[in-house]
Design a protein around this ligand. Structure first.
Ligand SMILES: CC(C)(COP(=O)(O)OP(=O)(O)OC[C@H]1O[C@@H](n2cnc3c(N)ncnc32)[C@H](O)[C@@H]1OP(=O)(O)O)[C@@H](O)C(=O)NCCC(=O)NCCS
Length: 150
């Protein structure tokens, strides 16, 4: 009952305002501390990708990225702030983002997980993604994995 009430209170909306842009950036930078983005970098991504923010009531809980399909298929990335995990929010955001990627024509769907996010990796694998490549940025010791929906 409490779970249902919490879920019905989840609001997901496209990034439009400066506040939403800052919220999307906050979630990204908490979850990917090795690659913090400036507001201008988020604005630049907004020109290429569909970015959404998720709130439970007024509380920021997560964000999504959907990159339209190109040479390498569409990319779907879901992020939930650590203190809000394990309540089904990630699954809700994933279902929504996957639908958006398919509407954009993504036959091939990929995701990118920073390998340090072991929970994210297990989540992606449980959803049916399998690793297709990995990239280790110069000077870093944790790779980014690209996984494809099998
Ligand atoms: C992946 C992530 C979005 C999951 O968010 P969440 O709100 O905790 O996920 P949910 O509560 O909706 O769980 C969905 C399913 O994944 C499973 N799951 C979630 N986190 C898990 C973990 N750490 N280990 C194993 N399974 C996990 C849940 O058990 C659930 O499975 P079920 O439906 O069979 O019970 C969150 O951990 C995150 O933001 N990680 C960092 C970002 C990242 O790496 N994203 C890549 C995935 S696209």
């Amino acid at each position: 009952m409490r779970f249902a009430a919490l879920m019905s209170d989840l609001h997901v909306r496209p990034v439009r305002s400066d506040n939403e842009l800052a919220d999307w950036r906050h979630v990204h930078n908490v979850i990917i501390p090795g690659d913090p983005l400036s507001l201008d970098e988020v604005r630049e991504r907004l020109g290429r990708n569909r970015l959404e923010v998720a709130y439970q009531g007024e509380l920021l809980v997560g964000c999504t990225t959907v990159r339209p399909p190109g040479d390498n298929g569409a990319v779907v990335i879901v992020r939930v702030l650590p203190e809000h995990r394990g309540h089904g929010i990630g699954q809700r955001l994933y279902t929504r983002a996957l639908e958006q990627a398919r509407q954009l024509g993504g036959d091939r769907i990929e995701t990118i997980v920073w390998a340090a996010n072991t929970g994210g990796l297990r989540f992606a694998q449980a959803a049916g993604f399998v690793e297709v490549s990995r990239y280790l940025p110069p000077g870093e010791d944790v790779p980014y994995l690209t996984l494809r929906l099998a």
